[in-house]
Design a protein around this ligand. Sequence first.
Ligand SMILES: Nc1ncnc2c1ncn2[C@@H]1O[C@H](COP(=O)(O)OP(=O)(O)OP(=O)(O)O)[C@@H](O)[C@H]1O
Ligand SMILES: [Mg+2]
Length: 273
Amino acid sequence: MTAVTVPAPTAAPAPADRTAPVVTVRDLRVDYGDQTVLDGVDLDLHAGETVALLGASGSGKSTLMKSLTGFAPVAGGTVHVAGHDVSALRTREQRQLRAEVGQVFQQFNLIPRLSVLTNVLAGGLHRAGPINLIGGFTGEQRKLAMHYLDRVGIAHKAKDQARSLSGGQQQRVAIARALMQQPRIVLADEPVASLDPKLADSVLELLRGIAAEYRIPVLVSLHVLPLALRHSDRIVGLRQGRMLISAPTPELDTEQLLPLYEHEEHRDDAHVA
Ligand SMILES: Nc1ncnc2c1ncn2[C@@H]1O[C@H](COP(=O)(O)OP(=O)(O)OP(=O)(O)O)[C@@H](O)[C@H]1O
Ligand SMILES: [Mg+2]
């Protein structure tokens, strides 16, 4: 493949720097109407680490992720992401923040009729702005998109329509699209819930590799405990909107995670096997 200059993530802390988290959440409270959905949540995310976010259905995982990009109704506390005070963002800075946050979703959210390459290039539009829609993508952008497609192991599919790919392949494209944003952080909300177990392992391994290689935090919500235990550096667990667990993964086992799913309607959410 042609050599391409891959921009380093902007101002990421040095590998050993544990003093400057990319994300700092303190005493966060989120209310939807009368319902308090998150309460007293503290969270630090550091460059290079993969953090698994666990909790029963309705415990607030997606809401916590949304609060990092200004999409949740924050009722109290503070949220700082990549130097932005999220609760005090004006429209322009909000756009800037969202350009710096790569997102990966359960349903991939690709544009099915467009090529894989164009889907990845679309990730860069966040940063470059709409002018590119008129001028087309530059050769450098195409090279960069191909570089990221190669990184996720799917460069050979670049010209194919996104809808012709398998679920696992589509999720890799979605990850390449997020990388095209040169993100300061990646949020992955149940990224493997639609994939078979083998693909789930490989996609989570890819995400963890990306966190380490690009020196960015990756926050990934999961429902399958062994996947969280295998593919994260740290586990954060919510129960009914409160943070019950926050510990390095090697210090945890399935038994310690089960309380996350107690006293909830949806105990079946905890897939332990
Ligand atoms: N836009 C909204 N309006 C009102 N209530 C909401 C909204 N979004 C989430 N909630 C409520 O907030 C609570 C937490 O929801 P959230 O989606 O964060 O849970 P979750 O942990 O991601 O669950 P799941 O595992 O099912 O995805 C739920 O009670 C939900 O009904
Ligand atoms: Mg959710």
